[in-house]
Design a protein around this ligand. Structure first.
Ligand SMILES: [Zn+2]
Length: 81
């Protein structure tokens, strides 16, 4: 049974799946069938790097969001009296 590497285009989750005939596997993380089959190692490396970049961007956005909340809280505290 052939084993293929896939990357989910919805959540960027990379996974391996057995492919039976023309059946399209679904992403184990989000159940999406919007997935891309990875045909070569360079492609896997590229999408893996892309996934890490996405994760880094999400962490950065989250940090900035917390920074904004913190600034707002400081403003409220300093104007409490
Ligand atoms: Zn997914």
């Amino acid at each position: 049974m052939p084993m293929f590497d896939f990357v989910c285009t919805s959540c960027q989750h990379a996974f391996e799946a057995l492919v039976r005939g023309s059946a399209q596997p679904a992403c184990p993380a989000c159940s999406s069938t919007a997935i891309e089959k990875q045909l070569s190692l360079p492609a896997i490396k590229t999408s893996s790097t892309h996934g890490q970049a996405m994760a880094a961007a999400k962490r950065r956005d989250k940090a900035q969001g917390q920074e904004r909340v913190h600034a707002q809280r400081q403003y409220e505290l300093s104007h409490d009296d």
